[in-house]
Design a protein around this ligand. Structure first.
Ligand code: GLN
Length: 259
């Protein structure tokens, strides 16, 4: 009799940074989208919320998500991020942890955020960016033409659609490359046309939305990166039907670009 070997369970682990203080404009939807698109492929994505005071083994995580927040929420967690999580999280980022950070989370991965009221929040320094708050908020729908070109099996250029609302202006240093150019909206600082920054497998940007449910190419890009890091460079993920999501994305980008 031929024995069927039990199918090994494919699993990955995601750390959700400070969901109690850093969850604005539905950013939690990014975690839901990652988990659901993993589930549809038979990948079990275990989500661990990380709150101030938690002891975290960063080497055990495949993915992380860090959402946006108000200046006051950022002030609540900045010290824990820097002092408790700092060394482990920075080492994991250098080691290729797949991390998506939106707005307030993005700002705190940089060197510092000087808020518009003059408070200086030190950041993790994992991304070579810094942020200075302005008196006028940068608000509205946005489209970023993102370069997702690597050896990753995804279209090189994707028009990501999202929504931004921030006082902070983020400036890039030479240690990051840009996620893409802003076609609609203000982007990182309203001046130089950049929309988001990348260092290794960490992406920071200002796109709320939630971002990932609206942009399945980016969701799959992150899942694929994480699967390859854990299971080897030849690993690929099954394609999924995303016709509805892509039609919604296309409708929105066309409307915003007035094509
Ligand atoms: N508090 C930050 C700012 O206003 C981040 C805002 C956000 O995450 N939406 O720039």
């Amino acid at each position: 009799m031929r024995r069927l070997r039990p199918c090994p369970k494919i699993m990955m682990k995601l750390a959700h940074l400070y969901p109690a203080s850093m969850n604005i404009y539905g950013d939690r939807g990014n975690v839901i989208a990652l988990r659901q698109r993993c589930r549809w492929r038979g990948i079990d994505l275990e989500v661990t919320p990380i709150e101030p005071g938690d002891a975290v083994d960063w080497a055990s995580f495949d993915l992380a998500f860090f959402g946006g927040g108000q200046d006051s929420g950022q002030a609540l967690i900045a010290r824990d991020l820097l002092e408790r999580q700092g060394p482990g999280l920075r080492a994991a980022i250098d080691d290729g942890l797949v991390l998506l950070a939106i707005c307030g989370g993005y700002q705190l991965l940089g060197h510092y955020f000087l808020t518009h009221s003059g408070e200086r929040l030190p950041g993790l320094g994992a991304l070579d960016v810094h942020t200075v708050g302005g008196s006028r908020r940068l608000i509205g729908n946005s489209v970023v033409e993102a370069d997702l070109a690597t050896n990753i099996n995804a279209p090189a250029t994707v028009r990501l659609v999202g929504f931004e609302n921030h006082s902070g202006r983020t400036y890039h240093g030479p240690g990051v490359r840009s996620l893409g150019r802003i076609l609609v909206g203000h982007g990182d600082n309203g001046e130089d046309g950049w929309g988001g920054a990348i260092y290794r497998n960490t992406i920071g940007c200002y796109l709320h939305g939630s971002l990932l449910p609206k942009n399945p190419q980016l969701t799959d890009y992150l899942i694929r990166l994480a699967m390859r890091r854990r299971y080897g460079p030849d690993t690929d993920i099954a394609p999924l039907d995303a016709a509805l999501e892509l039609r919604a994305q296309e409708t929105m980008t066309s409307r915003l670009l007035r094509i």
